[in-house]
Write a protein that binds this ligand. Structure first.
Ligand SMILES: C[S@@+](CC[C@H](N)C(=O)[O-])C[C@H]1O[C@@H](n2cnc3c(N)ncnc32)[C@H](O)[C@@H]1O
Length: 204
């Protein structure tokens, strides 16, 4: 099954909405320089399905902040897939913040998706879940994001092959903060590529 058909199965009644988002990424996202032109043919696989793979790690009805959202990844694919979530997209750069605001409006998600301009370390709200992809190494993420989910929430990050090394580099910080780190292999569809999710939770 090709990635679009996989996404159709995963997104069901929300497929039109995710398809509209892919069209925005493929046009304005590329024009504004937020998505590389070479990504155009792999948006479904490398961006939508990859981000949707985190959905099962987010509890029902959670408040979520997507730190360093960029063009809305993984926050927007998750918010479309999971209408029960209340999502905040956090992004410090003006052009990206503007793109997010216009995209959320175009997709009519503004009732439950908020766009905030800022850096994670300057936020003072707490959330059930912090998501992120391609923002920083584990050590930095812990410094910036722990106050956003501590003590009752979790951090859920898409991570590449360096995750084990990053966890080991951050071991002191994990221990001092009484935080547990787990790496899980996840995918949005049985035929989709497997991706790695790092889940950090406070030890009780
Ligand atoms: C490589 S991009 C990844 C964007 C998106 N998450 C994705 O996967 O396509 C990293 C993003 O993190 C943002 N960022 C960097 N430092 C940040 C911080 N301290 N707090 C919040 N966002 C930050 C940048 O502005 C940028 O949009």
């Amino acid at each position: 099954m090709d990635p679009i058909e996989q996404a159709r199965t995963v997104y069901r009644e929300n497929f039109t909405s995710i398809s509209d988002y892919v069209d925005i990424l493929a046009t304005k996202g590329i024009d504004w320089g937020l998505i590389g032109p070479r990504e155009k043919d792999r948006l479904w696989e490398r961006h939508i399905l990859n981000c949707a793979a985190l959905a099962d790690l987010i509890p029902d009805g959670a408040t979520v902040i997507d730190v360093g959202s960029g063009a809305g990844l993984p926050g927007i694919p998750l918010a479309i897939l999971r209408p029960d979530l209340e999502m905040t997209l956090l992004e410090p750069l003006l052009r990206r913040f503007n793109f997010l605001g216009e995209t959320v409006e175009e997709l009519r998600l503004e009732d439950r998706v908020q766009v905030v301009r800022g850096r994670a370390e300057d936020c003072d709200e707490t959330y059930d879940v912090v998501t992120c992809r391609a923002v920083a190494n584990v050590q930095k993420l812990l410094g910036w994001c722990t106050p956003l989910f501590y003590p009752n929430g979790r951090l859920v990050a898409l991570k590449g092959d360096s995750v084990s090394q990053e966890i080991s580099d951050a071991s002191r910080r994990l221990e001092a903060g009484r935080l547990d780190a787990q790496v899980l292999q996840v995918r949005a569809h049985p035929e989709a590529e497997v991706t790695q999710a790092l889940v950090i939770t406070p030890i009780r």
